[in-house]
Design a protein around this ligand. Structure first.
Ligand SMILES: NC(=O)c1ccc[n+]([C@@H]2O[C@H](COP(=O)([O-])OP(=O)(O)OC[C@H]3O[C@@H](n4cnc5c(N)ncnc54)[C@H](O)[C@@H]3O)[C@@H](O)[C@H]2O)c1
Length: 350
C-alpha cells in the first residue's frame, strides 16, 4: 500500500463543496473511477437534492456530511472516521462582483475555510490536497496562451483570495514536505453531465455566460447580456477558454492519481492550468449554442463590466506532461450537454 503519513491509497476522498456545480461532476468522475467519496457541504450555494441526483447515476453512493469547513471539531470527526486517500477542496464563494462588495466575507470563507481545512489535514496527517484555484489569479495576461509561470495579478478580492490560498498552501507544503498539494487553476468550466441529471443551478441571476444563455434558450430570461462589443478581439466580444465540466472532473481524477502514485514534488504546491487551450468569443458561444439546440438566443450588447478583460486562454501543456490530461470534449458537446440539463431541469434541482 502506498501510504503517506495518515493517508491511504484506498480510503475515501473528501470533496468539500461537493454538492456544488463542479463538485457533483468531480464526484461522478471519482466514483466512476472506483473511489469512495465523502461530501462536506453547508449548502450555502447548493442543495442536498444535487447529492441525491449524483447518487442516482448508478456510479456509487456519496456519503454526505452537512457542515462548514470552518468547523474544526466537525473536520476532526470526519478525518477520525476513516483513512482518507485525499481531499479535493472546492468549498468557497466565487462571484467577482460580490467579492468587491463583500471582501471580508470572501476572505473569511475562502482563505479562512482553506486554513481551517489544511490545519485539520496536518493534525490528521492527511497528505494529498487538490485545491480549486482559478485562471483569474493571472488577471489581465500580458501574453497568450497563459502558462503557469505568467505573472499573478488578480484584479478583485475573489481572485486575490484564491492567490492567497495558493501562497498559504505553498508555505504549508514547504513546512510539511510529506504533503502532496496541487492547485488546479480552472479556466471556464461549462456544460453538464451527459445524463442531464446534474448540472449548474445558479441561485438568482447567473453571473456566468453559459447558464445565462441556457436560461434564455429555455425562456427563463428574455435575452443574453453581452458586456462590450468593443474589445480588441476579432468580433469585439470577450474571449474565454471554455472547457467541459466533465473534462475538469477527469482532470481531478488524473491529478489525484498522480499524487497517489507518488507524484507532487514534496515541499511544493504545484499550480497547474486546467483549460482547453482554445479561446471562444461570446458571439461564437451564442452561435454554437443556437446550432446545438436549434433555439433562438436573443442578445443585447451592453457596456463593458468593470474588472473584465478582453481575452485569455490557457496553455494546458503542463497538465498533459504532469498527469496526462487534456480537455477532450468539443464546444458542440458542451452546448449539447448544457442544454440537455437545462431543458430537462428548467428550474434546476427544484
Ligand atoms: N465555476 C467556475 O467557473 C469556477 C472557475 C474557477 C474556479 N472555481 C472554483 O471552484 C470551486 C467550485 O465552484 P462551483 O462553480 O462548483 O461553485 P458552487 O457554488 O456551485 O459550489 C461551491 C460549493 O461549496 C459550498 N460551500 C460554500 N462555502 C462553504 C463552506 N464554508 N463550507 C462548506 N461548504 C461550503 C456551497 O454550498 C457549494 O455547494 C469554487 O472554489 C470556485 O471558486 C469555479
Amino acid at each position: 500500500m502506498n501510504s503517506v503519513k495518515g493517508s491511504s491509497r484506498d480510503g475515501p476522498v473528501l470533496v468539500t463543496g461537493g454538492a456544488g456545480y463542479i463538485g457533483t461532476h468531480i464526484g461522478a468522475a471519482l466514483m466512476k473511477a472506483g473511489h469512495r467519496i465523502v461530501i462536506l457541504d453547508n449548502f450555502s450555494n447548493s442543495t442536498p437534492l444535487a447529492v441525491d441526483r449524483l447518487n442516482s447515476l448508478g456510479l456509487g453512493c456519496a456519503e454526505l456530511v452537512e457542515g462548514d469547513v470552518h468547523d474544526e471539531a466537525l473536520l476532526d470527526r470526519v478525518f477520525s472516521a476513516d483513512r482518507f486517500s485525499g481531499v479535493i477542496h472546492l468549498a468557497g464563494v466565487k462571484a467577482v462582483g460580490e467579492s468587491v462588495a463583500e471582501p471580508i466575507r470572501y476572505y473569511d470563507i475562502n482563505v479562512g475555510g482553506a486554513l481551517s481545512l489544511v490545519a485539520a489535514m496536518v493534525r490528521h496527517q492527511i497528505s494529498r490536497l487538490i485545491f480549486s484555484s482559478t485562471a483569474t489569479v493571472y488577471g489581465d495576461p500580458a501574453k497568450l496562451p497563459v502558462a503557469e509561470d505568467a505573472s499573478l495579478q488578480p484584479e478583485h478580492p475573489y481572485g486575490r483570495s484564491k492567490l492567497m490560498i495558493e501562497q498559504m498552501l505553498q508555505d504549508v507544503a514547504a513546512a510539511q514536505p510529506w504533503m502532496r498539494i496541487m492547485s488546479l487553476r480552472y479556466f471556464n468550466p461549462v456544460g453538464a453531465h451527459p445524463s442531464g441529471r446534474i448540472g449548474e443551478d445558479p441561485k438568482g441571476i447567473p453571473n456566468n455566460l453559459f447558464p445565462y444563455i441556457a436560461q434564455t434558450a429555455v425562456g427563463v430570461r428574455d435575452e443574453v447580456r453581452v458586456f462590450g462589443d468593443d474589445w480588441p478581439t476579432p468580433d469585439g466580444t470577450g474571449i474565454r477558454d471554455y472547457l467541459h465540466v466533465m473534462d475538469v472532473a477527469e482532470g481531478h481524477v488524473a491529478a489525484l492519481t498522480h499524487l497517489i502514485d507518488g507524484g507532487g514534488k514534496s515541499g511544493r504546491n504545484l499550480a497547474v492550468n486546467l483549460g482547453s487551450g482554445h479561446g471562444t468569443s461570446v458571439l461564437e458561444v451564442i452561435r454554437a449554442f443556437r446550432e446545438a439546440t436549434g433555439r433562438e438566443i436573443p442578445y443585447r450588447i451592453l457596456g463593458r463590466r468593470p474588472g473584465d478583460v478582453a481575452a485569455y486562454w490557457a496553455d494546458p501543456t503542463y497538465a498533459e506532461r504532469l498527469f496526462g490530461w487534456t480537455a477532450k470534449l468539443s464546444m458542440a458537446e458542451i452546448c449539447r450537454d448544457h442544454w440537455n440539463w437545462q431543458s430537462a431541469n428548467p428550474d434546476g434541482y427544484k
